[in-house]
Design a protein. Structure first.
Length: 214
């Protein structure tokens, strides 16, 4: 307990940094994921191509490489932002590809007759997708989206290598101070466990309330 009690402020700062990264990157991932899923099923060919390229590129790019591209590449084009914001963009964009595919799989479970009925009533593609298809699709993809966001929380540890305050990065300071590396990582693991179990509890509640009955 001494490692934790003597350095509670340091652990707390790292824990809050990881929570902030997870929350903000999750919002970016959900928004972009919904948008890319809409593109991938859109009747406009250019939208489908854009969505396919987005998903294919990000799903097959190592996250560390994406961090390098965002944090070190964008400033070369004149876009200078705080490192934490760059980390949020990298995590959010990367995770959006997986959110998109989860949603697209849910959209494919909605009977085609639902969309055809909506179009026969004069609804546009956007209205059909937003009011008929996506609400039904979301009910079936709550568990995979939850799992994806849990993975995002753990992936946020990479941000520590790019001068972003987060939980895993606290081990460097504690190691320099001479604390046991084993207990240092034990309390770091407890912090991640709290975050991931909180996300899991949230999505379990959503699944019980809105999920498809099996």
């Amino acid at each position: 307990m001494k490692v934790l009690t003597d350095n509670f402020a340091l652990y707390g700062k790292g824990f809050l940094g990881t929570v902030e990264l997870t929350v903000y990157a999750s919002l970016v991932a959900l928004v972009l994921g919904f948008l890319m899923a809409s593109f991938r099923v859109a009747p406009v060919g250019s939208f489908r191509v854009f969505g396919t390229v987005w998903v294919t590129l990000l799903r097959n790019t190592p996250l560390t490489l994406l961090f390098f591209a965002v944090l070190l590449g964008l400033p070369r084009f004149g876009l200078v932002l705080p490192f934490q914001l760059f980390a949020v963009l990298a995590l959010g964009c990367y995770t959006s590809a997986f959110i998109c595919e989860a949603l697209r799989s849910g959209i494919n479970t909605v009977p085609k007759g639902q969309g055809e009925a909506a179009r026969s009533l004069g609804m546009s593609f956007g209205q059909t997708l937003g009011t008929v298809v996506l609400p039904q699709a979301f009910r079936s993809v709550i568990p995979p989206i939850g799992s994806t966001l849990i993975a995002l929380a753990k992936n946020s540890a990479i941000a520590g290598a790019f001068s972003v305050t987060e939980l895993l990065g606290t081990y460097k300071t504690l190691n320099e101070l001479g604390y046991s590396i084993i207990w240092t990582f034990v309390w770091i693991a407890v912090g991640y466990l709290i975050i991931t179990l909180s996300i899991s509890a949230l999505f379990n509640a959503l699944e019980k309330r809105y999920g498809v009955a099996r």
